[in-house]
Design a protein around this ligand. Structure first.
Ligand SMILES: [Zn+2]
Length: 232
């Protein structure tokens, strides 16, 4: 596959990323929200695209050529690479949104509350025994580990941030928290899976209303496929 900022970078679907002009930066490609979902990849398509890329000497729908891995029995090239919790979600989506909130100017910015949030977070939060990392100041956000973003998202952010985020930003954040909580259950009902899918679509749709278009990264787009991965 081509790299994550290329035209057809998604391993799961054929959504075409769009070039977006970012002030003072190079134009880059982002996976803007589409009302109509792009076609999911299939193993036979991946083979066809790979063969065509080899013949034409250039990538086809993001596939650079045939892969030796296709010789592995039962391997499906359209499902063998997928988004997951720690990298795609915690270090991808959660970290990038939190860096925006605490470091970048804009209507989402919470920098003025950093001290107050830290006070609640560091003094009032008592993690249970199975959480090995104690809460760490938001001033270390850039070096937080994936598990710290995970715990922040799932356990701490809602009770703490309700006092500090603007209402529309908080409601939007909660869509992500609920979806991830639903999808992280040991067992999931069809109704919960459907609900998580719907909430993630709403979350993704409104990313473009509340944050800059550059928030629609490859990892952000992967939220589109979280429900599908759990279903599979
Ligand atoms: Zn996709």
């Amino acid at each position: 596959m081509e790299h994550h900022m290329s035209k057809y970078a998604c391993n799961s679907c054929t959504q075409k990323s769009k070039p977006v002009d970012i002030p003072n930066r190079r134009t880059r490609r982002y996976f803007l929200f589409q009302e109509e979902k792009a076609k999911l990849r299939k193993d036979e398509d991946m083979k066809r695209y790979g063969d065509r890329a080899l013949l034409e000497g250039k990538p086809c729908r993001g596939v650079k050529g045939p892969s030796i891995k296709s010789l592995l029995p039962l391997l499906d090239r359209s499902t063998c690479s997928f988004p997951e919790h720690l990298h795609s979600l915690c270090l991808g989506v959660v970290k990038s949104l939190m860096l925006l909130m605490f470091l970048k100017p804009g209507p989402w910015n919470l920098k003025e509350f950093t001290g107050a949030i830290d006070k609640v977070f560091l003094k009032n939060v008592q993690p249970p025994d199975d959480v090995s990392r104690l809460p760490r100041s938001l001033s270390f956000l850039k070096v937080w580990k994936a598990s710290e973003f995970s715990h922040w998202l799932i356990f701490y952010s809602v009770p703490i941030m309700t006092k500090f985020m603007k209402k529309e930003y908080f409601q939007h954040w909660v869509l992500l928290v609920i979806s991830v909580q639903l999808l992280s259950q040991e067992k999931i009902s069809a109704d919960d899976l459907h609900l998580a899918d719907e909430l993630l679509r709403l979350f993704l749709r409104d990313v473009g209303l509340l944050y800059p278009e550059s928030a629609y990264t490859y990892n952000m787009h992967q939220l589109e496929h979280f429900g599908l991965c759990v279903r599979r």
